[in-house]
Write a protein that binds this ligand. Structure first.
Ligand code: MN
Length: 474
């Protein structure tokens, strides 16, 4: 499951015919130089392609129609080189169905006081054009992004890059398909939700499968296929037999290797990019998938436990947005409450995403402590340090709501020799008491997706695009 997606963005430069053909030729030449420089910056994750100048309502409308129907175009970036009367933009902007970034910049960085005349003023009037154009976007409630600053500056280019990742995730959101192996965990509230509304609002397809459908795939996996995967594990991970005999340890890990192959085959054949499991629903399975799930998360599949399809889809979405870097499913577990050291220990019963690992993971076989299956293998590691966001989506009955908390993850200093699961530690913003209180008061879930690569601004940009209520705790 790849998170490398082939997309491009169109660069649409606003002007009008009032200034004559010579001025328009200069606008076009400057726009081409800007496009080339942005593409060569090395910061943009997707290419920018310059389009014909937006000089009439018909031209603008025709560009927007093309943007809508071309799958390879993830969104548009607009720039007002000159004044561009914005009634021309109404029809096209209204029909635009993809993300829009208004780049408030100017070709020249400084005002050339020694030579400035009215020709220069007419040609370089972004400050004037930005306001006319911005008014129409605001009036149309486009929820577009506005980036302000000189186009050659890396911090401006980085804002464009971050938005491109959001725009691609938004486009891909409509193709996210979640396979649910079993239903939600019994009696749990926050993992429930309206699947029809999720498909209408976010584009997520959420399908149920009985665990027997997966067991068929598990039974079809061959021993040589498992041998091959075991060799890959030996390359990537430390093998920790613990108190197990090597023979029983290997037998247990081989079960998980079979699950990895089976689940991947199932998802790929049927076009799913995310999935859920439930430890209460494992008829015909010897173990709860643990190592298998961790391996698939590292490959870019979205996942959440206990049938939590909302978090699984959100995980896939944020993996696309972050290029699958330092982003994964998480669960709040245990507080550290000692004064001055307050933190939250994050983990799950098995399924912690190795994209967050700071150390070489160990393959450990240990009892689960929940349910009635054999001891499952899992990857055990410590999480990376870094600033990031933790995100949870809840169905509040009348609407979905997104909760975003800024966190600072840090590497644990104390060993935990008896803890047979991966662990991530973080502090929450603005502080332990207020951050946790706000999370609980807003009804934030215990299942989350954390990313040490994404920003609050990116998550908020996505929420706006899908008209999703959000609360930021920072
Ligand atoms: Mn859980």
């Amino acid at each position: 499951m790849t998170t490398a997606i082939e997309k491009q963005f169109w660069f649409v430069v606003g002007s009008q015919h009032l200034y004559g053909e010579e001025a328009l030729a200069e606008v076009k030449a400057n726009a081409q130089k800007m496009t080339d420089a942005l593409n060569q910056s090395g910061l943009l994750p997707y290419p920018l392609v310059l389009q014909d100048l937006a000089v009439s309502a018909d031209k603008i409308t025709s560009i927007m129609k093309e943007v809508n129907y071309r799958d390879e175009v993830a969104g548009i970036i607009t720039w007002m080189h000159t004044f561009s009367p914005a009634k021309m933009w109404i029809r096209g902007t209204k029909m635009l169905q993809k993300p829009l970034l208004h780049l408030a910049t100017q070709y020249n960085e400084s005002i050339p006081w020694a030579t400035i005349d009215m020709d220069f003023m007419n040609l370089n009037q972004a400050a004037h054009g930005d306001r006319e154009y911005g008014f129409i976007n605001a009036r149309l409630n486009k929820q577009n992004k506005v980036v302000v600053g000189y186009w050659e500056r890396p911090e401006v280019q980085q804002q464009i890059a971050d938005w491109m990742d959001v725009a691609v995730a938004y486009n891909e959101s409509f193709g996210i398909k979640v396979a649910r192996f079993g239903d939600n965990m019994r009696n749990v509230g926050v993992t429930e939700g309206d699947k029809v509304e999720a498909q209408i609002q976010f584009g997520w397809t959420v399908d149920y499968y009985g665990i027997g459908d997966l067991v068929e795939y598990v039974n079809a996996v061959t021993e040589p296929e498992i041998d091959q995967l075991m060799a890959e594990y030996a390359e990537l991970y430390e093998f920790d037999y613990g108190s197990n005999s090597q023979e029983s340890w290997e037998a247990s890990v081989r079960v998980q290797a079979g699950y990895e192959i089976a689940i991947k085959r199932f998802l790929d054949e049927k076009g799913y990019s995310a999935f859920t499991s439930n430890f209460e629903d494992l008829h015909g399975m010897k173990q709860l998938p643990g190592l298998a799930v961790q391996r698939l998360m590292a490959q870019g599949y979205g996942f959440a436990g206990e049938g939590d399809w909302k978090t699984a889809a959100l995980d896939r979405l944020m993996k696309i947005m972050s290029h699958n870097q330092n982003t994964g499913f998480m669960e709040d577990y245990t507080y550290e409450m000692a004064a001055g050291q307050e933190a939250i220990l994050q983990s799950h019963m098995l399924e912690v995403d190795p994209s967050l690992a700071s150390s070489k993971p160990k393959v450990v076989v240990s009892p689960l402590g929940i349910g009635d299956r054999e001891d499952p293998a899992r990857l055990v590691f410590d999480g990376k340090a870094g600033d990031g966001v933790v995100v949870s989506m809840m169905d509040h009955g009348t609407h979905y709501k997104l909760l975003i908390n800024e966190v600072t993850a840090f590497e644990p200093t104390e060993p935990a020799p008896h803890l047979p699961v991966a662990r991530v530690l973080w502090t929450v913003k603005p502080n332990f008491q207020d951050g946790i209180k706000a999370w609980i008061e807003n009804g934030g879930g215990h299942h989350t997706v954390v990313s040490l690569n994404l920003t609050t601004d990116q998550i908020v940009s996505y929420a706006k695009l899908v008209n999703l209520e959000y609360v930021v705790i920072k």
